[in-house]
Design a protein around this ligand. Structure first.
Ligand SMILES: [Zn+2]
Ligand SMILES: [Zn+2]
Ligand SMILES: [Zn+2]
Ligand SMILES: [Zn+2]
Length: 797
C-alpha cells in the first residue's frame, strides 16, 4: 500500500535487470538530481512501460461513473426497505460520489440519504443533506416529500417555529396543486405533524442538559521556545551517533504531554479493498478507509461531501472539500488512479511539494545541490548535513533549524530529514525515480504544471489547459519537483508516521465494545521525527484527526533521552525479528532490551511465553531445531516443531470459526467450540501463551452478548492476567482490557468492583491518551452513573 502495486514493481525490476551494467552502475551512484534525469530518459524511450502503467491505472479508476451511481443507489434503496439504515447511508454516499455535480440524480441521492439519517436520529446532518438536495435542483414534483422530512427533523430538534413555517409552505403548495391521490398520504403525514407540533407547543420539553459535562482536568502545557510543538521540559540534542534527538531537561512524570504536533502533510490510506477488481460490473459495496474518513482532516464520516471531480475523495464538510481543493486536490484530482497505483508514499511526496509551494521547493533543492558538493564522501552524507549548510543550519548547527536556531514543523525541517540516498538499494531508487517521473509527466500532460508551480492563484480555478509543452521532455521546473518528490519518497521509508485510530470491531451494538488500532493515514511530522527508536520506549503516542500527542509512559529523569517505538516492541517480537524490521531504518538497535537479548543470550519474553509445552507433563518444550524436547529431563518426550505449528494453525482456524458462529447469533455453539479449543490448547501451548489469553477474551465477549456478566468477567480477568504478563501492568493493552472489564462489571451491577476497575483503567489510559480521551470520558460517565444509584443497591454489593 505504501509502495506501488506489485505489477509495477515487477516491471521496473525486470527493466532494471535488463539495463546494461554501465548504466546500472551510473544509476546506483547517482545523486537524486541525476536519478531523476536518468529516469526521464528511460521513461521516454520505454513507451511500453508507460502504456503498462496506464493499463494498471484502469483498475483503480477514480472518475465518476453514473452507471455505478445508479447501481449503488438501488442497493441503498434495497437496504433502506429492509430497515438497514446504516448500510443504506453508506451506499447512498457511494452513489453520491459517482453522480455528476448539479445533476438531479445527485439531489435525489442526497434526499434519499437524508431519509436514512432521519431514521438514525442524525437530525442536524439530515437537514444538511436536505439543503444539499435543494441546492442541486431537486425535482419539483418530489419536493413535498423532503419538505415533510425537513419539518419532522425541525420538530425533533425542537425548532418549532421553523417547522411551522415549512408546514405552511407545504399547505399552500398542496392547495395550489389541488388534491392529487399521490398527495393524500402526504396530507395525512402533514396533519399528523401538525398535531405533534401543537402538543410540543403546549408542553415544551425542558432544554436538554449539556452532555459531556464531565471535563478532564486541563493539562499543564508549556511550549518549548526552541522547538515548536514540544514541551518546555525537553531539549534538542545533536551528535554523530544519535543524530538529532530529544532529551528531558527536567524530570518528567508519566502521562505528561511531551510533543503535540499537527501533521505537516498526511494522506489517507485507501484501505483494503482497493483497487477494485478489473472490468467487473459488480461494484464493491464494502466500506474502506476512503469511505469512512474525511480525506483532509480524517474525521469519521457520516454523510460525506463528494469531490466535484472524482469519485474517490470524500470530505466531512464543504469547508474541508474547499480547503483540500485549494491546497492540493485541484492538482491531484485527475491523477487519482495513478496515485492509487503508485502507492501512498508517492502520494505523500506529491502533496508535500504542493503544500510547500514551488518557491520553497526550488530554494531547498538548489541549496541541497550546494550541499552535495561539499559532502563528497558517502560516509558524511549518511550523517546529518553539517554546519557547511548555510541556508539550513541554525545558529547551533542543528540541521533543519531556521536562522534563529528554532526548530519548527516546516518544509525546511522536513527537507532535512535524512533521505539515506546511499543506503537504499539501487533497484528501489530506480523504482522510486520512475514512479515520481511518471507522476510529473502526467501533471505536464494534463496541463497542471501551472497549478503545481503556484502561478495561478487558488481562486482562479480555470480549467487545466491542454498540454502546451508537446515535447516528451519534462520542463526544468517539473524536474526540480520530481527531485524533491524522490527525496521525500526515500525519506518516508524511515520517517513515515502512521496515523492510527481505534476502530470498533463488529457491528458495534454490543454492550462491550471491542476496538483495534487501524492505520488511517501516512504522514510527515517533522518534530516527531526527532524521536529516536527504542524497543522498550518511555513514551506513548496517540492521534486526534491529523494531530499527534506524545506522552511519557513512565518517569523520565532529567538528562535521559526521550524515545519512541517505531513498531517492533520487545513485548511483541523476538530480537531477531525486531532487528530484521529495523533494517529498513538503516540502524542497529542498541536499546537495553536488544542488548540484553543479544549479548547475554537471555531468551526473549516472547519466546518463553509463547512456547509450546510438553503433551505429557506440560513442561516447556525446548530446542532451536526441528525437533523439540521436553525441558523436564525425567520426561524426555520429544515432538516435531512442524507438527506443533500445524496444531497451532488448526487451533486458530477453529477459533475463527467460533467467532463466525457468534457473528450469526449462535452464541451457544460459539461457547462450545471455544471451550473445546481451550481444552485442546492446554495440551500443547504454554499456559501463558497469548492465544490462551485471546480465547479467554473471546469467551468473555460471547458471555457478555448473552448478558451473563459474571461468567464474562471471570474469563476476562484470566485474559487480563496474560495480557499483563506480556505487555506489562500499565500498558495500553492492559488498559483496553480493563476498560472492557469495567463495562462488564458496570452492566452486571458489580458496583464496588466496577468502581475500582474504572479507577485502574482510568489511571492507565489517561497516561497514554490524556484526560480528554473518549474512553476516559466514558469511564467517568459510568462512575457518575454508579454513584447515583440508590444506597440500598450499593450496600448490597
Ligand atoms: Zn474534514
Ligand atoms: Zn477529486
Ligand atoms: Zn531494541
Ligand atoms: Zn514432558
Amino acid at each position: 500500500m505504501a509502495l506501488p502495486v506489485a505489477e509495477w514493481r515487477g516491471r521496473t525490476a525486470r527493466l532494471w535487470a535488463a539495463l546494461d551494467s554501465a548504466l546500472r552502475a551510473r544509476l546506483a551512484a547517482a545523486s537524486l538530481h541525476d536519478a531523476v534525469r536518468l529516469g526521464c530518459d528511460l521513461l521516454r524511450t520505454e513507451e511500453e512501460e508507460e502504456a503498462a502503467l496506464v493499463r494498471l491505472c484502469h483498475r483503480a479508476a477514480t472518475d465518476k461513473k453514473p452507471e455505478a451511481a445508479s447501481w449503488y443507489r438501488e442497493q441503498g434503496n434495497r437496504e433502506f426497505k429492509r430497515g438497514q439504515y446504516q448500510a443504506a447511508l453508506r451506499l447512498y454516499s457511494k452513489a453520491a460520489s459517482h453522480e455528476i455535480p448539479g445533476s438531479p440524480e445527485l439531489s435525489v441521492c442526497f434526499a434519499n440519504r437524508s431519509a436514512a439519517l432521519l431514521h438514525l436520529g442524525h437530525f442536524e446532518v439530515c437537514l444538511e443533506d436536505i439543503a444539499r438536495a435543494e441546492s442541486h435542483g431537486y425535482p419539483d414534483r418530489l419536493l413535498p416529500k423532503v419538505l415533510l422530512r425537513k419539518a419532522e427533523c425541525l420538530l425533533c430538534l425542537g425548532r418549532l417555529q421553523d417547522a411551522q413555517e415549512i408546514l405552511r409552505v407545504l399547505e399552500s403548495k398542496f392547495a395550489l396543486d389541488g388534491v392529487m391521490t399521490t398527495h393524500l398520504t402526504r396530507l395525512k403525514k402533514l396533519s399528523q405533524l401538525k398535531v405533534k407540533l401543537g402538543e410540543k407547543e403546549r408542553c415544551p420539553e425542558p432544554a436538554q442538559e449539556a452532555r459531556g459535562g464531565i471535563q478532564g482536568e486541563p493539562e499543564i502545557w508549556e511550549e518549548n521556545n526552541r522547538i515548536s510543538g514540544a514541551s518546555s521540559s525537553l531539549s534538542l540534542g545533536f551528535d554523530a551517533e544519535r543524530g538529532r534527538h530529544l532529551v528531558a531537561s527536567q524530570d518528567i512524570v508519566p502521562g505528561q504531554s511531551l510533543v503535540k504536533e499537527e501533521a505537516f502533510v498526511s494522506v489517507l490510506c485507501p484501505g483494503e479493498s482497493l483497487p477494485l477488481q478489473d472490468g467487473g460490473t459488480a461494484w464493491d459495496t464494502r466500506a474502506t478507509n476512503a469511505d469512512l474518513h474525511c480525506h483532509r482532516c480524517l474525521r469519521q464520516l457520516l454523510a460525506s461531501v463528494p469531490c466535484q471531480g472524482c469519485s474517490y475523495a470524500k470530505y466531512c464538510s464543504q469547508d474541508c472539500a474547499d480547503l483540500a481543493w485549494q491546497q492540493y486536490h485541484r492538482t491531484e484530482c485527475s491523477l487519482g488512479a495513478l496515485l492509487l497505483t503508485l502507492g501512498v508514499f508517492c502520494h505523500v511526496a506529491l502533496r508535500t511539494v504542493l503544500l510547500a509551494g514551488f518557491a520553497e521547493v526550488s530554494r531547498l533543492v538548489a541549496w541541497s545541490h550546494r550541499g552535495d558538493k561539499s559532502l563528497q564522501c558517502p560516509e558524511a552524507s549518511c550523517k546529518p548535513l553539517s554546519e557547511a549548510a548555510d541556508a539550513g543550519a541554525g545558529s547551533r548547527g542543528v540541521p533543519g533549524c531556521d536562522s534563529s536556531g528554532r526548530y519548527q514543523s516546516s518544509y525546511q525541517a522536513l527537507f532535512h530529514l535524512l533521505p539515506h540516498t546511499e543506503q537504499h538499494s539501487p533497484e528501489h531508487k530506480f523504482l522510486c525515480s520512475l514512479s515520481v517521473v511518471a507522476i510529473c509527466k502526467q501533471l505536464q500532460a494534463a496541463g497542471l504544471e501551472a497549478a503545481v508551480l503556484s502561478q495561478e492563484s487558488p481562486q482562479q480555478q480555470s480549467k487545466p489547459k491542454p498540454c502546451e509543452n508537446t515535447s516528451d521532455e519534462l520542463s526544468p521546473e517539473l524536474k526540480t519537483v520530481a527531485e524533491a518528490m524522490l527525496r521525500h519518497v526515500l525519506q518516508l521509508q524511515c520517517n513515515a508516521q502512521a496515523i492510527t485510530v481505534m476502530q470498533e470491531l463488529g457491528p458495534g451494538d454490543g454492550a462491550v465494545v471491542d476496538k483495534k488500532p487501524v492505520r488511517l493515514a501516512t504522514a510527515f511530522f517533522p518534530v516527531l521525527s526527532l524521536l529516536n527508536h527504542s524497543c522498550c520506549p518511555n513514551t506513548s503516542m496517540s492521534f486526534s484527526g491529523t494531530a499527534a500527542t506524545v506522552r511519557a509512559s513512565q518517569p523520565i529523569s532529567s538528562g535521559q533521552e526521550v524515545l519512541h517505538c517505531y513498531g517492533p516492541h520487545w513485548c511483541r517480537m523476538r530480537v531477531a525479528e525486531r532487528q530484521q524490521l529495523l533494517r529498513q531504518y538503516f540502524f542497529e538497535c542498541r536499546c537495553p532490551a536488544c542488548l540484553e537479548e543479544l549479548e547475554s543470550g537471555v531468551k526473549s519474553v516472547v519466546s518463553i511465553r509463547n512456547s509450546f509445552c510438553c503433551p505429557k507433563c506440560q513442561a516447556q518444550m525446548q530446542g532451536e531445531e526441528d525437533t523439540l524436547c521436553c525441558s523436564n529431563e525425567a520426561c524426555a518426550t520429544s515432538a516435531s516443531r512442524n507438527h506443533l505449528s500445524g496444531r497451532l494453525q488448526d487451533l486458530q482456524q477453529q477459533i475463527k470459526k467460533a467467532l463466525g458462529m457468534l457473528r450469526v447469533g449462535k452464541a451457544d455453539q460459539a461457547i462450545k467450540m471455544l471451550l473445546k479449543c481451550q481444552m485442546d490448547a492446554g495440551t500443547f501451548l504454554s499456559p501463558e501463551h497469548l492465544l490462551m489469553g485471546e480465547m479467554e477474551d473471546h469467551l468473555a465477549q460471547v458471555y457478555a452478548t448473552l448478558g451473563k456478566w459474571q461468567e464474562a468477567a471471570r474469563h476476562l480477568k484470566k485474559s487480563i492476567e496474560i495480557v499483563e504478563m506480556h505487555h506489562g501492568p500499565s500498558s495500553v493493552e492492559t488498559g483496553h482490557e480493563l476498560f472492557k472489564l469495567a463495562q462488564i462489571l458496570f452492566n452486571g451491577f458489580a458496583v464496588s468492583e466496577a468502581l475500582s476497575t474504572i479507577q485502574r483503567a482510568e489511571g492507565i489510559l489517561s497516561v497514554h491518551f490524556g484526560p480528554q480521551n473518549a474512553q476516559i470520558q466514558e469511564l467517568q460517565e459510568m462512575k457518575a452513573c454508579l454513584s447515583e444509584l440508590p444506597r440500598n443497591i450499593l450496600q448490597r454489593t
